[in-house]
Write a protein that binds this ligand. Structure first.
Ligand SMILES: [Zn+2]
Length: 105
């Protein structure tokens, strides 16, 4: 089964999230706003900080399942919304994943 990091490559993120959430997620990740509390190949849990004007922390869970990527964020109950916190956590997961450099495409 694919790891979480395999499922959050930049092309997939671009398809999952809206441009506005992608941009916000990028800035949260760039500001070091992602703090992992659990980092496994199939489950990643992180506390994600907000933007400077909305400085709240949200818990994001990214999961690799047989059906693909599953996610949840405390900021919304909308299961299909890949919010800015999810984007930030996904970007940080992608950056941190040790195997991404020798993964074949
Ligand atoms: Zn969120």
């Amino acid at each position: 089964m694919a790891s979480v990091a395999d499922l959050v490559d930049p092309e997939r993120l671009a398809a999952l999230a809206t441009p506005a959430n992608l941009r916000l997620g990028h800035s949260i990740a760039a500001d070091g706003g992602v703090e992992f509390t659990e980092f496994g190949p199939l489950l990643v849990r992180a506390r994600v900080g907000g933007t400077p004007d909305a400085d709240q922390h949200r818990t994001v869970v990214l999961k690799s399942t047989s059906a693909g990527l599953e996610w949840s964020c405390a900021c919304t109950s909308a299961k299909t919304l890949f919010c800015k916190h999810c984007v930030a956590a996904a970007l940080a997961t992608w950056e941190k994943a040790p195997t991404r450099h020798n993964r074949s495409r």
